[in-house]
Design a protein around this ligand. Structure first.
Ligand code: SF4
Length: 294
């Protein structure tokens, strides 16, 4: 893996803490080798050349430590927005693990989004962080079927194993949730898929399910997605072009029905799905025990 240097790591979370209770964000890797056909991070606007090639920020841990020490306000630090923090390179380089050690050392919360069960290696650190501040592991899972997962997210831990990872984390008290996004029109936007994803999330012990019944497509992300459709789902590109033209947001024609199913099934299993409820649930234990954290 190529190592690059970083000038800065931590940034304030622009959307405010009403988005999964996030306060800060960082990316310790640049690029991602997980190969999801719908990945937004490969869009032109982010200017990441050779996106599939993972590069690690060699001075990241030293910079992060200085930044965490200098913050006046502690909070929940997220990673996983632009690159999966558990790409295979993490096994050897342990940059994400190094960052989690710092969050634990300086009393910050952690909010990690991944599609890899390598996250289980760091269960000791999530447990340690959860003693005094929120430790949340979000999994993105878009299909209940492993064979479809291999088509749309070729290099990630398959869906069934991701649910097993959720189970292991939930069993030791780590807050977990499932982001079912993007739900791709004409691919995984069936009622059956949504029902299965919600049931499997509940059985694994996840606390929430968060949906997006569509996909956004822009610049070279669209090119990559359409090339993948031509290889893996012949004929579907034409259907997309007919249905959405050059639109940025491609919403599933089944959206309303899927939304109704989501509400019914989440209520049935006691899963959260509204963002304000998810934020409240992430924070609640720590607002009682440690008022100053938030
Ligand atoms: S894991 Fe995330 S960042 Fe990596 S390719 Fe998939 S969608 Fe993109």
């Amino acid at each position: 893996m190529e190592l690059i240097s970083a000038k800065k790591l931590l940034s304030p979370w622009q959307k405010g803490d009403h988005w999964f209770a996030t306060n800060y964000n960082f990316n310790i890797y640049k690029g991602c080798s997980h190969g999801c056909i719908y990945c937004d991070s490969r869009s032109q606007c982010y200017q990441i050349e050779n996106f599939d090639e993972v590069r690690g920020k060699e001075n990241a841990i030293a910079i992060l430590e200085m930044e965490l020490i200098s913050k006046k306000k502690k909070g929940i630090v997220a990673t996983g927005a632009m690159s999966d923090p558990y790409n295979p390179q993490e096994k050897k380089y342990e940059l994400t693990r190094g960052a989690l050690k710092l969050l634990a050392k300086y009393g910050y919360g952690a909010s990690v989004t991944t599609k890899s069960d390598l996250v289980l290696r760091d269960i000791d650190l999530y447990k340690k962080i959860a003693e005094f501040s929120p430790a949340v592991v979000h999994f993105t899972i878009t299909t209940a079927e492993d064979h479809l997962c291999k088509l749309v997210e070729s290099n990630v831990t398959v869906s069934s194993k991701r649910f097993l990872a959720i189970k292991k984390l939930s069993e030791v008290g780590i807050f977990t949730g499932v982001r079912i996004w993007p739900i791709l029109p004409f691919i995984n936007d069936s009622a059956e898929n949504i029902r299965q994803l919600i049931r499997m999330s509940a059985e694994a012990g996840a606390r929430y399910v968060s949906p997006y019944f569509g996909v956004t497509l822009r610049q070279n992300q669209q090119t990559y997605f359409y090339q993948a459709l031509d290889r893996k789902f012949p004929g579907l590109k034409t259907k997309y072009i007919q249905a959405f033209g050059n639109r940025y947001e491609c919403i599933s024609p089944n959206k309303n029905r899927l939304n109704t199913i989501l509400v019914e099934e989440c209520n049935r299993y006691g899963l959260l799905f509204r963002m304000e409820d998810i934020v409240k649930a992430i924070k609640e234990k720590y607002e009682v025990n440690q008022i100053s954290f938030f």
